[in-house]
Design a protein around this ligand. Sequence first.
Ligand code: PMP
Length: 410
Amino acid sequence: MKKIFYDYNKTRNEFPFLNEKIYGKELIYFDNAATTQKPLCVLNAIRDTYIKSNGNVHRGNHYLSNIATQTFENARETVKKFLNARSECEIVFTKGATDSINLVASTYGRQFICEGDDVIVGQGEHHSNFLPWQELCKEKKAKFTVLPLNKDGTISLKLLSQMITERTKIVAVSHISNVVGCCNDIKAIADICHSRNIALIVDGAQAVAHIGVDVQKLDCDFYCFSGHKVYGPTGIGVLYGKQEILSIVQPFEFGGEMVDRVEFDTSTFADLPFRLEAGTPNYVGAIALAEAIQFVERIGIDLISEYEESLVGYICENISKTDGIILYGDYNNSKGIISFNLDNADAFDIGKLLDINGIEVRAGSHCAQPMMKHLNVEKTVRLSFGCYNTVSEIDLFLNKFEQIAHLLRG
Ligand code: PMP
């Protein structure tokens, strides 16, 4: 195993949750793709905002409102830098990745998809980047095309080029798969899309906590993620959209914050990004998300990436020795996630037996049933790592897993 100079103990000390026990056992948390635990700086930001500086944003002109507004807008600036967007007006706060994708489908999608057009989605998509497009196509009588994947779960550039038609208007793909952790070549996909005048939306829910993301280099038109998967709180997420595209998107939710002037006969709306953020935003969530991003930046996303890659390499090398193990995807291209099954064993049984030993993993179809079809299975067991996981946790897991495999083999 490659030596990496990373003080994971320092990181672990930031996470009070890791001291918890379940069923009286030491906790090992390997379900970071579902949600991550929160460092103290994030917990403190939520608490401090509510105790010391809580006022509604972009509304009042009193002290608390001004402070909250300033901190909220600083959070937008932090996200802008994190994604390397060109401008803060390209950063829209949402409830999460699902909300961001639905926002694009309900605005840009509704505006530009007509009867007979088509939308292409990857077969590996999470349901959140599959269903909004399927529903939109149903509503608009457009064609919904599912793009088959390469064996390792990545998007095939060749097939994508072949399946694009004159009527393709939108392509929707994930940056990193939530099932096998494979990483798509987004820039190459963007080049194909743009050469045919197609908008590309990228679901980055599994990417931002694991690899550096630069939306200008990726050149995607939309990019989204959820705060809770990058050590931030639940209920806050981000939609990035290129300014020239967001500026032609009509608002679809109406209320406070998004207006300019309201008259009896007609009304005008605020500039970007506010016109896409109707109502009181989750400003405390956004402020805490900025803390989470700064936490990741203090460690360094490249170091986290390298470290998690080494954890994946280590576990795959060892788990592949287990009799009857079936590993999915290609762990040389996996960003912190492995998925597997054991011959003749039910993934739920494996998950439950690990759980009662204090090891939290995910077993199921991972909200990605089309991807299960690609793998030709109903369910897998998934382990997903974060910056606080360690080789000794993996060793404890391997030890328990060997016993469980033995038990299930009978
Ligand atoms: N896309 C991917 C790839 C995901 O893994 C998830 C969450 N599992 C989502 C979208 C949806 O995220 P959320 O539920 O936070 O909106």
